[in-house]
Design a protein around this ligand. Structure first.
Ligand SMILES: C[S@@+](CC[C@H](N)C(=O)[O-])C[C@H]1O[C@@H](n2cnc3c(N)ncnc32)[C@H](O)[C@@H]1O
Length: 193
C-alpha cells in the first residue's frame, strides 16, 4: 500500500513500522527550527519518511540507518520512488558513522523487552529508553543537532540528565498531546556546529 504525504509518497512494507503520530511529531519538530545544508542521519529509518522529508524540504544529504534489514530495504525503495539520493546502512544508531551534521530518531519507546527484530520498532527495554540512550551517547558525533522523540511513558528527565552529563546541550524543542499520548522532541547539540 502506498500513502501520500506533502510532496512525497511512502510505500508501506511488511514488518516495517508504519508512519504514525510519533513520526509526524518528529517531522514537525524538525520543521520548527529547519535544517541548513549538510548530512542528515535518519536513525531507525523504517520506511525512510524522516530522511525523505528532510531531503525534499531542506536538501540535506540523508543517511538511512536501521537495525532491521527489511527497513533498510524499505527506506531504499521509498528514496528511489521519491527521487531522493542517500546512503543506506544496516546498523545500530550512529555507530557506523564518524561524524554527521544532523541526526533524528523516533526510537522504540514502549516499556518492555522486544520479542524479535520487528518488535524492535516499538519496545525499548524496561523504561522504553534503551535505544534512545544509545542514540544520546552517540550524539556527541553530531556536529549541528540531534532530534530525539520521547513520550510520557519514558523518564524524559533522566535522558536529559544523561545527555548533559556527557557534555551535550539540551532543549525540549517540541511537546504535543495527541489522543491522550504526550510526545516530547528533545534537541541535543554540542554547541560547536
Ligand atoms: C518507531 S520506528 C520509527 C520508524 C520511522 N523513523 C518513523 O518515524 O516512522 C523505530 C525504528 O527504529 C529501528 N531501530 C530500533 N532500534 C534501533 C537501533 N538501535 N539502531 C537503528 N535502528 C533501530 C526499528 O527497526 C524501527 O524501524
Amino acid at each position: 500500500m502506498r500513502v501520500s504525504f506533502d510532496n512525497y509518497v511512502i510505500e508501506l512494507c511488511e514488518d516495517v513500522y508504519e508512519p504514525a503520530e510519533d513520526s509526524f511529531t518528529l517531522l514537525d519538530a524538525i520543521d520548527a527550527i529547519g535544517l541548513s545544508p549538510g548530512t542528515f542521519a535518519d536513525v531507525g529509518s523504517g520506511t525512510g519518511i524522516v530522511g525523505i522529508h528532510a531531503s525534499k524540504k531542506y536538501r540535506v544529504k540523508p543517511i538511512f540507518i536501521d537495525i532491521n534489514p527489511k527497513a533498510v530495504r524499505c527506506s531504499k525503495l521509498n528514496a528511489e520512488l521519491n527521487g531522493v539520493e542517500g546512503s543506506f546502512i544496516l546498523g545500530d544508531t550512529l555507530k557506523p558513522l564518524r561524524y554527521v551534521d544532523y541526526a533524528a530518531f523516533n526510537p522504540p519507546y514502549l516499556p518492555g523487552e522486544p520479542e524479535d527484530i520487528v518488535d524492535k520498532a516499538r519496545s525499548g527495554g524496561e523504561e522504553g529508553i534503551e535505544e534512545a540512550v544509545k542514540f544520546v551517547k552517540e550524539s556527541v558525533k553530531v556536529r549541528k543537532g540531534a532530534f530525539l522523540l520521547l513520550t510520557a511513558f519514558n523518564p524524559v528527565e533522566k535522558v536529559i540528565r544523561l545527555a548533559e552529563s556527557i557534555g551535550l546541550h539540551t532543549r525540549v524543542l517540541f511537546t504535543r498531546t495527541i489522543a491522550g499520548e504526550r510526545y516530547y522532541v528533545i534537541y541535543l547539540y554540542t554547541g560547536e556546529g
